[in-house]
Design a protein around this ligand. Structure first.
Ligand code: XLS
Ligand code: NI
Ligand code: NI
Length: 440
């Protein structure tokens, strides 16, 4: 028996028991083998567990320190603690029957005094992972590098005014990307928590954006060099920890990618709580990414209406999730991406069991949302309404406008020739909202 089985009292993986089950340690909606839109729920949703929140976070907040007192955070031998954490982590993945997990380099192994030492520590734990992954079903959805915790990154990694920090960060990302590749990761994520500014009084925005453009280009070049087949994903967020982050939202990231010629190489990892912090909805960000052809993966969580920060709570709103899923699955669903629980239990949720129930609830919310989205797509009334609303644009004479074959003079002539005097048509928003409620 491993140390990890002493952390969770639960021994058998969580099972689907159906919506009438009263068992808190059972799925009520997530029936992994159920076919939805041509694939099993497991294949469609591609759930991942986030190492940082569930295994590396001690339960602190700005007013108080750790509450969880996890055994693997209290030992003098840091590498032994990292191994114990891995044991508990893989036990968590097994109990939740999770197909994927995600990690930052510094979540899984301690940082050393030099980059070389940090790399060695990461390699040791990557070996532990590789060994466990050969035995278990869990795979790596994505890896990433932590370029925000250490004080050297306080003014940014890629966007630091000091070129030595850029170089250090790039070398760290090289190793994290290679480790992700070695473990068969499906994606590599770049989230720029400190790629932004605190005050414009000390910041050259144009210079910093050029640094970031070059940094991301080097990551893409290296991906091809080592033969990594996964996707490179940028994760938008408007602020926190920096006052203003350059990867503000999907639209901003797309503009950045175009400027640096990366729009065919990089996609986005969209997080619900980041979408709302940017003043959008998850639905908006997902629909836009699908329309721009850069939809990669999802961090599923939720914020709090009263809080202006990233509370990273487990999702509990199937309807909101379904509206986002509707766009994602209409566009064909995930390819390399999945639903990563970038979510943490509350700091009063002390028990091992709380980690299980949080994920069970989140997985059920996503499963329910998938079923709703499938109904919306298969019933066809919603997509058909939109199709008809734009039907005029399918006519060859109007297609010619979009192809750039007509100019403003032509527009003036057309108004005369066709006696155009448009009469507005109802957008029927309430009818459509009632339609959505039918799928609940
Ligand atoms: C923080 C981000 C982070 C990324 C990975 O707000 O969501 O957790 O997903 O670096
Ligand atoms: Ni977040
Ligand atoms: Ni995230």
């Amino acid at each position: 028996m491993t140390a990890s089985t002493r952390f969770f009292t639960q021994e058998a993986p969580i099972q689907y028991e159906g919506r009438d089950s009263r068992n808190p340690l059972a799925f009520r909606w997530y029936d992994k083998d159920r076919m939805v839109l041509g694939k099993t729920m497991e294949e469609q949703l591609r759930f991942a567990i986030a190492y940082w929140h569930s295994l590396a976070w001690p339960g602190g907040d700005p007013f108080g320190g750790e509450t969880f007192l996890r055994p693997w955070m209290h030992g003098s031998d840091e590498m032994a603690m990292a191994r114990l954490k891995a044991d508990v982590g893989f036990e968590l993945f097994r109990l939740l029957d999770a197909p994927f997990f995600c990690f930052h380099d510094r979540d899984v192994a301690p940082e050393g005094a030099t980059l070389a030492e940090s790399n060695r520590n990461l390699d040791v734990i990557a070996d532990v992972f590789a060994e466990k992954m050969a035995r278990e079903k869990v795979k790596l959805l994505w890896g990433t590098a932590n370029l925000f915790s250490n004080r050297r990154y306080m003014a940014g990694g890629a966007t630091n005014p000091d070129p030595d920090v850029f170089i250090y960060a790039a070398a760290q990302v090289k190793h994290a990307l290679e480790t992700t590749h070695r473990l068969g990761g499906a994606n590599y994520v770049l989230w720029g928590g400190r790629e932004g500014y605190e005050t414009l009084l000390n910041t050259d925005i144009g210079q910093e954006l050029d640094q970031l453009g070059r940094f991301v280009s080097m990551v893409v070049e290296h991906k091809h060099k080592i033969g990594f087949k996964g996707a490179i994903l940028v994760e938008p967020k408007p602020q926190e920890p920096t006052k203003h982050q350059y990867d503000f939202d999907v639209a901003t990231v797309y503009g950045f990618l175009e400027r640096y010629g990366l729009q065919k190489e990089v996609q986005v990892n969209i997080e619900d709580n980041h979408a709302t912090l940017a003043g959008h909805t998850y639905e908006h960000e997902i629909a836009l990414a699908c329309a721009l052809g850069i939809m990669g993966s999802l961090d599923v969580n939720r914020g709090d209406r009263q809080s202006g920060w990233d509370t990273d709570q487990f999702p509990n709103d199937p309807t909101g999730m379904a509206l986002g899923f509707y766009h994602l699955f209409r566009a064909g669903g995930f390819t390399t991406g999945g639903c990563n629980f970038d979510a943490k239990i509350r700091r009063q949720s002390l028990d091992a069991e709380d980690l299980l129930t949080a994920h069970i609830g989140g997985m059920d919310v996503c499963a329910r949302a998938l079923l709703m989205a499938a109904d919306m797509i298969e019933d066809g009334a919603l997509p058909q309404f939109v199709e008809e609303r734009y039907a005029g644009w399918r006519k060859p004479e109007n297609q010619a406008i979009l192809r750039g074959e007509r100019n403003l003079d032509d527009m003036a002539k057309l108004v005369e020739e066709r006696s155009i005097n448009p009469s507005p048509r109802s957008g029927r928003q309430e009818y459509l909202e009632n339609l959505v409620n039918r799928y609940l």
